[in-house]
Unconditional design. Sequence first.
Length: 86
Amino acid sequence: MIIVMGRWKQKVLKFLGLMVLILAFVMAVPAITGMLVNQVPAFSGWLQDEHPTGNPMRVETDENSGTFNQVLDQFVIKLQDFYYER
């Protein structure tokens, strides 16, 4: 079975033009974003990898922390060691 399309050359040219337009847009977005990183602060976080370091529970120092928290921390550590030894 043969399907004959009328005006196939114009349809192929329109399709290729659309593909070129999409390709140009896809290539332009990262380039424009790269140029705007220095001027627009909203774009500055897009290209950076965030790797927080440290224990988030230990970021703040609490003035009210006394020996109870230290004893509790030591107990938890010893309990974990006991659990891992078994």
